[in-house]
Design a protein around this ligand. Structure first.
Ligand code: ADP
Length: 476
């Protein structure tokens, strides 16, 4: 089976968020399952030299973007078993950032058509083209409206993954002519029209053969107005082809037994060594070195999505207890300032690290006793999965992937790998944090919860099997 994974970013070349992680890990694990899964991304200027130097030039072609005839270079390279294709055009992609330019619509209209044209040029015929987020949303549209009549493309199927429903690639309706050379029929018949504009994401949802999002609960939630970002009606109308598949985490990169970024390696059978990570981090962050004081960790973008409002409103009270709070994150300035002020006010209890720092993140996962993730919404969430693996017991809100991966601790059956609350309420968050802190005092109970956290299975192997089955069903 052959699958082309089309995305606007993929680790290890370039990554700004969860999509980059998935576009790296899923093809890697699919190849382990004997699926020839290849990846195509734009060749950005900011890809590190380490990877650029191994690229092999395959060929060049011309791509029509509306009336424009643009150069397109195809490069190729191999990372492990995975073949990557990189689509080159310096005018579109040799910029400092990835997204947020006035002509993003044109840039990705170019990329989407280049992906379709490239396949015939290199004579590689995937069974399924798996597209991701709005940037590749027009690929299924191009396929159905233009390319399917060509025998080379006619048997191909398309899948479309939603990683972030909030970004919908909405442009003026005149782009249909300007960037695709089409008349306004697709606008008038509602296939692409979205609140008076044209949405690439709507195209992906409407024209693909299967729509996937990154957790089963989120797949249900986005059909409601609260989570649906104005696309809930569309998603309800397409629910026959919508499903949720949980992301995993890369068990090689996140393994407390071998992780080179943490102070002391440990595993489920040497959990006491986790304490060394805590004392060393306390020392590094200039917090009092105390083994028994519970450390609450937060590694997150500091945005309203992540539930920072409700956390902030109760932290003052939580900090009256004998606890330490370590935050690592960047985002809204108000939140950043609030955490810095808290550190000034409680220097013995709070460490505010306002930066993006991968090693610091690993150290915090390894050192924390409790990991906070009270999100307003969370399509899948990786933070809680990493925390589980490192025995930092998650406290989460029951939404999206958090609901699907965290089983609340039940003191009677002793089952559960974390703590959770239902409503987006500061009061409920405070109650579960206090519940977790109470259980922490009982060493035996806490070790049981840590053990069940650390033995939770969130590897990519399991999810890759589900994707393989989905592809098989599509091409049957
Ligand atoms: P999202 O993709 O919505 O930001 P996820 O939980 O899915 O949230 O993934 C966030 C990832 O980014 C996790 O791997 C987390 O550890 C990492 N991360 C978030 N903030 C930082 C930071 N300031 N420094 C380092 N890593 C971070």
């Amino acid at each position: 089976m052959k699958v082309l994974f089309a995305a606007s970013e993929a680790d290890p070349f370039i990554k700004t968020g969860g999509l980059g992680d998935v576009a790296y890990a899923l093809p890697k694990y699919l190849n382990e399952l004997d699926v020839d899964a290849r990846v195509v991304i734009p060749k950005y200027k900011t890809i590190s030299e380490e990877y650029l130097k191994d690229l092999e030039f395959v060929k060049s072609l011309n791509i029509w973007v509306g009336w424009r005839n643009q150069y397109c270079g195809i490069f190729k390279c191999q990372v492990g078993k995975v073949t990557y294709y990189l689509v080159d055009n310096e005018y579109y992609f040799a910029r400092d950032g990835l997204y947020g330019y006035y002509d993003d619509g044109e840039r990705f209209a170019f990329f989407d058509r280049a992906v379709m044209e490239m396949l015939k040029e290199i004579n590689w015929k995937p069974d399924v083209i798996h597209c991701n987020d709005w940037q590749t949303g027009m690929i299924p549209v191009l396929h159905k409206l233009q390319y399917k009549s060509d025998p080379f493309y006619s048997d191909m199927k398309s899948a479309y993954s939603i990683h972030n429903l909030a970004f919908q690639g909405i442009y003026d309706s005149n782009i249909l002519g300007e960037l695709f050379g089409w008349d306004e029929e697709q606008f008038r018949n509602g296939g692409l029209e979205f609140h008076g504009g044209v949405s690439f994401m709507k195209g992906g949802i409407n024209y693909s053969d299967k729509v996937v999002t990154v957790s089963p609960t989120y797949a249900e939630e986005i059909k409601t107005p609260f989570y649906g970002e104005r696309m809930d009606g569309l998603l309800r109308s397409q629910e026959h082809k919508l499903m949720g598949i949980l992301n995993g985490i890369d068990y090689d990169a996140y393994n407390p037994e071998t992780d080179k970024l943490i102070f002391k390696n440990y595993s489920i059978s040497s959990m006491k060594d986790k304490k060394i990570n805590k004392s060393r981090l306390q020392k590094e962050l200039k917090l009092p070195v105390k083994a028994k004081v519970p450390m609450l960790g937060l590694v997150s973008r500091l945005t309203p999505q992540k539930g920072i409002d409700i956390l902030i409103s109760i932290l003052g009270r939580i900090l009256q207890e004998d606890v330490q709070f370590v935050v690592l994150g960047t985002g809204d300035q108000d939140y950043e300032e609030h955490f810095k002020n808290l550190q000034r006010k409680y220097p013995d209890k709070v460490s505010a690290n306002i930066k993006f720092d991968n090693q610091a993140a690993h150290k915090i996962y390894a050192a924390s006793d409790i990991f906070l993730m009270p999100s307003l919404f969370e399509p899948c969430g990786l933070g809680q999965l990493i925390a589980l693996r490192y025995g930092a017991v998650p406290v989460v809100r029951e939404t999206g992937g958090l609901k699907d991966t965290i089983i609340p601790y039940n003191q009677y059956t002793k089952e559960g790998n974390g703590f959770s609350f239902e409503n987006y309420s500061a009061h409920e968050l405070e109650t579960v944090i206090n519940m977790a802190l109470n259980h922490y005092k009982d060493k035996k109970t806490w070790e049981g919860i840590m053990r069940s956290a650390m033995s939770s299975d969130n590897s990519w192997e399991r999810s890759a099997e589900i994707y393989k089955k989905l592809y098989k069903e599509l091409i049957q």
